[in-house]
Write a protein that binds this ligand. Structure first.
Ligand code: NAP
Length: 285
């Protein structure tokens, strides 16, 4: 029997990574990728129509309002996409017996903890993006049983706009950099997150619920930058200056490392360290 998988937010970095690595439809699995232009999650009749004319076994929701800074000014829009539209998607998935795999964020936490966050830890977002994503999580839990919510952190890939790509370009242009040490988290390669999601589907896992997934280890943005520079090479890392803070509109959690013990019991192999994952991305042509 073919497993039909819908992937929303098709132009985003996670969806594009899934596409690059797993869009080799075979007899067992068939992916349908839809971009915002094909399927705007806030247009409920579009969602309804797509599900009415297709049978999806899974929906991987990679669509989100991800601009953390702009979410401070466009709070309503962030909640519309990350919460209300997610609620509707959960209702539609439930009605159609579609399992929902939803991606959430470390920004649901306030960052005051000193050790990795567990799935059962109290949430308390300190910016609108985190609050909107948390509301989306709550709506999912209220409206569907067959769901995986995967909280992740500091995603990067060769696609779209992300910290890794911005820094890589600056290093290639030999720029001087001032990078904050105020936040500690874990950079996560979209490749590894995509692999974990793919495994949940192909292994037909039914241990539904909330999970944390990031690469292993921890870093500040400064540490991450140094590592990118070393791997790219041909750049004097003394040009990277650590700074105690970087002024932003949205507050960020000081510490948002995620505990991965729960998901590790499911995954077939150890989660790569963030430095190894970065090396793989930089060395893959
Ligand atoms: N990036 C991170 O560091 C990070 C960290 C933790 C968790 N996450 C979560 O991981 C998931 C994937 O993130 P990502 O980095 O791949 O995000 P991304 O690159 O920003 O992709 C998100 C995609 O969603 C689309 N989208 C926005 N509004 C939509 C709507 N109303 N209907 C349908 N599509 C819509 C966007 O399209 P447009 O660009 O055209 O608006 C974009 O293509 C998200 O749930 C995000 O919250 C990300």
């Amino acid at each position: 029997m073919i497993t039909n998988v819908l992937v929303t937010g098709g132009n985003g970095q996670l969806a594009q990574t899934i596409k690059e690595h797993y869009f080799k439809n075979n007899n067992n699995i068939h992916f349908t990728f839809v971009t915002k232009a094909d399927l705007d999650l806030t247009k409920y009749n579009q969602v309804e129509n797509l599900f009415a004319s297709n049978k999806f076994n899974y929906c991987i929701n990679c669509a989100a309002y991800t601009n953390v800074e702009q979410a401070e000014d466009f709070k309503e829009l962030a909640f519309h996409v990350n919460a209300e539209a997610v609620k509707y998607l959960a209702i539609i998935c439930n009605k159609n017996n579609t399992k929902l795999i939803h991606v959430s964020t470390d920004y649901v936490f306030n960052g005051e903890k000193k050790e990795p966050y567990l799935e059962i830890d109290t949430t308390n977002p300190i910016n609108n993006y985190g609050a909107s994503k948390l509301k989306g999580e709550v709506y999912i839990a209220e409206n569907i049983q067959d769901y995986f919510i995967i909280r992740t952190s500091w995603l990067y890939s060769k696609f779209g706009k992300n910290f890794y790509k911005t820094i890589k370009e600056k290093i290639e242009n030999n720029a001087d950099l001032k990078i904050t040490v105020a936040e500690t988290g874990t950079p996560t390669s979209c490749v590894d997150l995509a692999q974990a999601i793919y495994f949940l589907i192909t292994s037909k896992n039914i241990n539904y619920g909330l999970y944390h997934f990031s690469n292993n280890g921890q870093a500040t943005w400064y540490d991450f930058t140094i590592e990118i520079a070393k791997l790219i090479g041909n750049y004097n890392i003394d040009k990277i200056q650590p700074v105690p803070f970087f002024k932003t509109k949205a507050k960020r959690p000081k510490f948002s490392v995620l505990d991965k013990n729960k998901i590790s019991t499911i995954l077939p192999q150890e989660i790569p360290h963030w430095k190894d994952a970065l090396k793989v991305l930089i060395n893959t042509k």
